[in-house]
Design a protein around this ligand. Structure first.
Ligand code: PHB
Length: 366
């Protein structure tokens, strides 16, 4: 009998062919007006033997963007592009959730409506942080993030509405569900952290207050499309995008996981930033989260077949997500199951460009 990793799994109302997840990865290959392209449909369909694909981060509005050429989900044309991707993946037997995304303060005014300021929990600028936008000469490139403005009460409500609309648009386009991006130093992670969130209102200060925005968005999206189609991604102890070490980290993520458990969401997806060359999740925290979250847990960050099997055998993961290995190996599940050699990813072609380094990685040849 093959290992559980390669066996089907019931995720809410849908059935996955195996427990291998393609992690969300920014590839910056959307077309004009951030409309997903036919090439993106080819890329995702090539990887449809994953039990579940979680798409690249998909901004919920113009203000939610921090990188050029990330596909959106806030116009009819974008929905049409996503419908093509969903058809291709479903025809190939796969399932896909869309990662819905607001970058918070990790943005540049050249990406913002009317060249305005990005929006964050406060007006504090992230230091030494770049996003991918237009430089002073109007050329695309890595640029320092711009001074943000603090989101006010109306902004909180608008962003909630944008997430709800994005989830409705995604499911209408054919996605099987959505993952709310609560990780990696973007909007919700900035609210969760006790150092970056010094707000004086009900969205800052105590653990309950710092978790409130994300939980309200989870509730609103769940009401709109169903909790069983709503997942959440977090990165406890993350430092990416200038998130500082937080003395309240463990307490915050344990409280948040417990609250998410009450809501019966589709999954909790935990990203370990060790593979970003940053600190890992401290040993012991994932079992603590497992104790308070009885739903589906996806673990991500530096897994190979052995570590993935172990995590499932230990009961700390139900599904395991793979990022970079999926870039270079469209047939990753078969390679993991058969123990076949993996192609190495080429970092030079991770972001932007066309077929090269995107849809031209070879399938395994026996
Ligand atoms: C990236 O573009 O480097 C990126 C985007 C979203 C993430 C992490 C990294 O969650």
């Amino acid at each position: 009998m093959n290992h559980k990793l390669f066996q089907p799994f019931k995720l809410g109302a849908i059935s996955l062919n195996n427990r291998i997840v393609m992690a969300p990865m920014t590839r910056c290959r959307a077309g004009e007006d951030d409309i997903p392209t036919a090439l993106m449909a080819t890329y995702y369909a090539q990887r449809a033997t994953a039990g579940l694909i979680i798409t690249e981060g998909t901004p919920v509005s113009l203000k939610a963007r921090g990188y050029l050429w990330t596909p959106g989900i806030y116009t009819q044309q974008q929905m049409g592009g996503w419908a093509q991707i969903c058809n291709a993946v479903h025809q190939a037997g796969g399932k896909l959730f869309m990662q819905i995304w607001h970058v918070g303060r990790i943005s540049h005014s050249s990406l913002q409506p009317d060249a305005g300021a990005p929006e964050g929990p406060t007006d504090e600028l992230s230091s030494d942080t770049v996003c991918f936008a237009f430089d002073d000469e109007g050329n695309p490139g890595n640029v320092s993030t711009s001074q943000p403005i603090a989101i006010d009460g109306d902004g909180i409500q608008r962003i909630k509405d944008e997430f709800v609309q994005a989830a409705l648009n995604a499911t209408q386009a054919g996605l099987d569900g959505v993952e709310i991006h609560g990780a990696n130093g973007y909007l919700f992670d900035e609210f969760l952290n006790s150092i970056t969130n010094t707000r004086q209102d009900e969205y800052g200060g105590s653990i309950e207050n710092r978790c409130r925005f994300l939980l309200e968005v989870v509730d609103a999206v769940s009401d709109a499309i169903g909790a069983e189609r709503t997942g959440v991604r977090i990165s406890p102890n993350g430092r990416f995008n200038d998130i500082p070490e937080d003395p309240e980290m463990e307490a915050t993520f344990t409280f948040l996981s417990h609250e998410l458990n009450k809501r019966g969401i589709a999954f909790l997806h935990i990203n370990d930033q060790g593979t970003f060359g940053l600190p890992s999740i401290p040993e012991g925290l994932i079992p603590k989260i497992r104790d308070v979250f009885s739903g589906t847990i996806i673990l991500c960050g530096g897994y190979d077949a052995e570590r993935a099997k172990n995590a499932i055998d230990q009961g700390i993961a139900d599904l395991v997500a793979f990022g970079m290995p999926f870039i270079a190996n469209p047939d990753l599940p078969a390679r993991l199951e058969q123990g076949w050699l993996l192609n190495e990813p080429d970092r030079e072609t991770f972001y932007g460009g066309a077929e090269q380094g995107y849809t031209d990685y070879p399938y395994y040849q026996k």
